[in-house]
Design a protein around this ligand. Structure first.
Ligand SMILES: Nc1ncnc2c1ncn2[C@@H]1O[C@H](COP(=O)(O)OP(=O)(O)OP(=O)(O)O)[C@@H](O)[C@H]1O
Length: 777
């Protein structure tokens, strides 16, 4: 037999072997799909049945609500598992064999045998971490690639060199799976990366949830992806805590939140509140914009002191003497009395609105003393003739005086955060003149109000802290309601206990083992659950409550946060269980902190852990080289992250003679881009300075633009700020000379495949490109 025949035979055997393996995995995935469909149908029927349940008494109503919530959660979970149901398989040396998937699924047998293990489970960890050097007990690791649950490829890695078994799928490395994911056309929505999480990312995702973890890395190093998968992991590993307290994820703008919004639901997680910094004060929509100078001043730490000093100025200062007519004579509210009352109120160290009653009592006390001294004075010089009852009666009369009320309102007004900040911005005090001028707003008419800006939001929050909320009446009413609910729940439980003895006492069959509500919960917890069953998830309740303490807070683009915003976020997370991801080189917001120590020092000192990601999964090497040049122009020692891919496609530039020709030139370049209008071949973004967006929108009728462009459209037009955190197959940067340096670095690093620059002005220092007509490669 010649070698060619041998080779053919070998290849045929290999193909049979490999096809056989694919078929076997396909059979397994078909089985999983069947099981998932069963679970989904059961959950859907559970929701329907629960909704259809007649609820004739309180217990049934409660059980129905709990059931609907449970079954709906399951339904959402199972629906999320439809894609990428199973993407990996681990064969251990000890014979254990596990399939890994997006969610865990068990068989319908008595042991509830795990069919596929959740990627977050401990047993799945070697899928991400094992190496030939440290196989973690693995013999073989398999990557299963599927398309709509049809197996299209297998990649096997042998981790135990003594393992002689071959499947025919050993050749290609796992990198092939990663590279295929990185090369895929973009859809305008971020996708999860559970199939290809890299070891350095896995360590961050599964890091302990206590304390502050800072994840730093250049563009495309997967910071956002890691942050989102960390949220999913923490919700899995600490479900009890985080389902109650919820996770807050803060991202720079609504477009970005839309871009990442599908990742967690696709992983079956919904207990998360996504918000921009401008959305963190319930009830306020920050639609206004600040000048960069105003934003910087408002974000500065000095604002906290200035606002506090401004409030102190409003606490009973500059008071002319007031004479109050009273039936028993004139009362004098003089500076001395006012100062004493103010000191008494301040000594409580309570927030302004909560200290107000103390001020009021002190004023009323002082005025009452005046009357008591006058009316009860002993003409013979002895002690005052009035007793405690007389004094109380006189005090009551003083407290009822409209003039006294008006004086107290004037001296120590009850304030809302909105009122305090609006007043402050009309007359900013305790700031250097230039800063005050930057933030000053002209007074509004009586029926109009300035729109709040994102930089106002931390000021409102600061004001709310300084003022406090006099919620004693609300709390008392709530507690009364709760006690009523407990009493009611107790009645429900008594009823349920009574019905149990009646129904099951003489039955020994399996029904008698059913658990009823009274076995599981006491009246107080039942009442709490009823309260929780107000239809809102923890995340929804958190969104409406300024004082909510989140179980974990994740901040993306954390380098952009101002000191005032850090103060707000720290209040939302008293346990300081936080993951902060960012890149100082991409910082472009006015007033941001600069270094992590400057940002976090006031809150946690140096007690934070910093980890670095240094592999760029997005930007090909050719583009990264160009982008790095821009930073090196001012920071010669700058080292960009290492790109994992190179495409061979060089970024290009095209110059027009005059700025007036820019829009037409961009339109021509867009037409030449190999991104089909149906978006099937990916997405194209034109990133341009704000002042050019109007002209460009007119020249690009197919482009989506505006405050919240739809990223799923094939062509979008964005400002540099909007482009933050996003990515596209192709990017055209327009007139880079008008970008800030960090903005330009961000814009240049958004492309996964191609980058072009269209300009009329000279290119900024460090941006080195071949001038040419746009390529169509
Ligand atoms: N392990 C991975 N497997 C597959 N894709 C990955 C992996 N890590 C990162 N990516 C992809 O790389 C791209 C960049 O990731 P991401 O947006 O999280 O980076 P980033 O560090 O937040 O970037 P930037 O700072 O520029 O916003 C995304 O498309 C992401 O899905």
């Amino acid at each position: 037999m010649n070698s060619e025949t041998l080779w053919r035979q070998y290849m045929r055997a290999g193909a049979e072997l490999s096809n056989g393996e694919i078929l076997r995995e396909q059979e397994f995935i078909d089985l999983l799909c069947g099981r998932l469909a069963e679970l989904e149908a059961r959950a859907a029927a559970g929701v329907d049945a629960a909704l259809a349940q007649g609820a004739t008494n309180a217990q049934m109503l409660l059980e129905r609500d709990v059931l609907v919530a449970e079954q709906s959660g399951l339904l959402a979970l199972y629906s999320s598992g439809e894609h990428g149901l199973c993407f990996g398989r681990l064969a251990f040396r000890d014979g254990a064999d596990h399939h890994i998937g997006r969610i865990g699924i068990r068989a319908d047998d008595e042991e509830r045998t795990p069919l596929v293990v959740d990627w977050r489970a401990d047993v799945a960890r070697p899928f991400y971490l094992a190496t030939g050097h440290e196989p973690m007990g693995l013999r073989r690791r398999r990557h299963i690639t599927t398309e709509r649950n049809r197996v299209t490829a297998l990649h096997d890695e042998i981790l135990d060199l003594d393992d002689a078994e071959r499947t025919g799928h050993e050749g290609a490395t796992a990198d092939a799976v990663l590279l295929a994911a990185l090369d895929a056309a973009r859809t305008g929505r971020m996708h999860d990366i559970v199939q290809t999480i890299q070891a350095e990312q896995d360590r961050i995702i599964r890091a302990p949830h206590r304390g502050v973890l800072v994840v730093e890395g250049g563009p495309g190093t997967g910071k956002t992806a890691v942050a989102l998968h960390r949220a999913a992991y923490l919700l899995y590993a600490h479900r009890e805590l985080l389902a109650r307290r919820a996770v807050l994820i803060v991202g720079p703008n609504p477009t970005f939140l839309g871009y990442i919004g599908q990742v967690l639901p696709a992983l079956g997680e919904t207990g998360v509140l996504l918000a921009t910094p401008g959305e963190l004060f319930p009830g306020v929509r920050a639609t206004g914009t600040d000048t960069p100078e105003a934003a910087a001043v408002k974000g500065g730490a000095a604002m906290a002191d200035a606002l506090a000093a401004h409030l102190r100025d409003r606490q009973a200062t500059g008071w002319p003497e007031l004479r109050i007519d009273h039936e028993d004579g004139v009362l004098v509210l003089d500076r001395e009395l006012v100062a004493a009352a103010r000191d008494r109120a301040r000594r409580t160290h309570l927030p302004h609105n909560l200290a107000r009653p103390h001020f009021a009592f002190a004023v009323i006390d002082g005025l009452t003393d005046q009357l008591v001294e006058r009316i009860g004075a002993d003409p013979y010089g002895g002690p005052n003739l009035l007793g405690a009852d007389d004094r109380a009666l006189i005090g009551k009369g003083v407290a009822a005086s409209a003039q006294v009320h008006a004086a107290i309102d004037e001296l120590w007004p009850l304030l809302t955060p909105e009122r305090l900040v609006a007043d402050y911005l009309e007359e900013p005090t305790h700031l250097p003149d230039a800063d005050a001028a930057a933030v000053r707003r002209a007074p509004c008419g009586p029926f109009t109000a300035w729109p709040w800006t994102p930089a106002d939001v931390p000021l409102l929050d600061e004001a709310a802290e300084l003022l406090g909320e006099d919620d004693s009446a609300r709390l008392a009413a709530e507690e009364a309601q709760r006690q009523e609910a407990i009493a009611y729940a107790q009645g429900v439980l008594d009823l349920s206990y009574g019905s149990r003895s009646h129904e099951f006492a003489d039955r020994e069959d399996e029904d008698s083992e059913q658990l009823a509500a009274h076995d599981l919960i006491d009246a107080e917890r039942l009442a709490d659950r009823q309260e929780e069953a107000d239809g809102r998830s923890a995340a929804e309740r958190a969104a409406a409550d300024r004082t909510w303490a989140f179980g974990h807070v994740i901040v993306d683009e954390a380098q952009e946060l101002t000191p005032m915003l850090w103060r707000l976020l720290m209040r939302r997370c008293p346990t300081r269980s936080m993951t902060l991801v960012g890149d100082p080189a991409q910082s472009s917001e006015p007033g941001s902190c600069g270094t992590w120590s400057a940002a976090l020092g006031p809150h946690v000192g140096e007690r934070f852990e910093r980890v670095l990601l240094d592999v760029n999964y997005r930007t090909p090497a050719e583009i990264m080289e160009v982008a790095a040049g821009v930073v090196r122009a001012t920071d010669p020692g700058f080292r960009p992250p290492r790109s994992v891919r190179s495409t061979g496609v060089r970024p290009w530039a095209r110059r027009v003679a005059d700025a007036a020709e820019l829009a037409d030139a961009v339109a021509a370049c867009v037409a030449a881009e190999p991104v089909p209008a149906d978006g099937a071949g990916g997405r194209l973004a034109v990133v341009a300075p704000k002042h050019l967006l109007g002209d460009l929108a007119a020249a690009l009728p197919g482009a989506d633009s505006g405050p919240e462009p739809d990223l799923a459209r094939p062509l979008v037009l964005l400002s540099p700020t909007q482009a933050k955190g996003l990515e596209f197959d192709s990017v055209l940067v327009v007139e880079p000379a008008d970008f800030g340096r960090a903005e330009l670095y961000v814009a240049l690093t958004r492309a996964t495949q191609r980058l072009g620059v269209v300009h009329s002005a000279a290119l900024p220092e460090g941006l080195e490109l071949e001038e040419q007509a746009p390529t169509t490669t």
